[in-house]
Design a protein around this ligand. Structure first.
Ligand code: AP5
Length: 215
């Protein structure tokens, strides 16, 4: 099964994609994580993207489309994929359709996670992640089981994302409203867009997604 998780910054797309990956073996394709990995490796693509990301702006469509095309072409999504962070513009959505047609794949569900802006601000302000493996946490909602020690890799060094600074967060909200929200009618017209309430606890949100994908 192939799905897209859509929603504003902090809606919980990454959290839910990782839960689906663990439970159902689908492959999470997270463009933000891929870009951050490229920055960490010091690649030219990452360095080009970093300035835009830190300012809360989008990376150019052609770079992102090429990145997803390479990923889908590898063909290692046997149990399907969960796109998290792509598409983010109408040209990206159109390019994705063309790619899927070329690979004889189809989209099963596009799921929009709705969360109030005040809750989004709180989620992003409290988010931190493991410097070594990137596992994501929240100061109030998801702390490591052993305080100060990453659940996934045991490292003890944590970081905040540069784009979770308040100025960058406001820019990301603006970019979401102006450039990403226009893809909602695109998928609504295709009849595959479903909306869930992303305000509940993580398990409650996961149950709503599972109800949709079980259909
Ligand atoms: P990206 O990394 O994709 O960021 P985003 O879309 O802004 O999403 P986030 O990762 O901030 O949030 P999320 O919805 O995944 O929430 P999460 O699960 O972490 O992109 C970053 C940048 O890369 C972009 O700004 C752009 O520059 C560039 N980029 C990426 N893709 C691109 C593309 N296609 N085109 C162009 N540029 C692109 O949850 C947030 C926090 O809340 C966590 O701490 C979590 O623990 C907590 N939380 C999650 N769910 C709940 C819950 N139900 N209740 C309470 N807390 C919760």
């Amino acid at each position: 099964m192939n799905i897209i998780l859509l929603g504003p910054p902090g809606a919980g797309k990454g959290t839910q994609a990782r839960m689906l990956e663990t439970k159902y073996g689908m492959t999470q394709i997270a463009t933000g994580d891929m870009l951050r990995a490229s920055i960490k490796r010091g690649e030219p693509l990452g360095l080009e993207a970093k300035k835009l990301m830190d300012a809360g702006k989008l990376v150019p469509d052609e770079l992102m489309i090429r990145m997803i095309d390479e990923c889908i072409s590898k063909g290692n999504c046997a149990k399907g994929f969960i796109l998290d962070g792509f598409p983010r513009t109408v040209p990206q959505a159109e390019a994705l359709d063309a790619m899927l047609a070329r690979h004889k794949l189809k989209l099963d569900h596009v799921i929009l996670m709705e969360v109030d802006e005040a809750a989004l601000v709180e989620r992003l302000a409290g988010r931190f992640s493991c410097r070594k493996c990137g596992a994501s946490y929240h100061e109030s909602y998801h702390r490591p089981a052993d305080e100060g020690v990453c659940d996934s890799c045991g490292a003890t060094d944590f970081v905040h994302r540069p784009d979770d600074r308040p100025e960058a967060v406001q820019k990301r909200f603006e970019v979401y409203r102006q450039q990403t929200a226009p893809i909602l009618p695109y998928y609504r017209r295709k009849g595959i867009l479903e909306t869930i309430n992303g305000m509940g606890e993580m398990d409650a949100v996961a149950r709503q997604i599972e109800t949709i994908i079980a259909v």
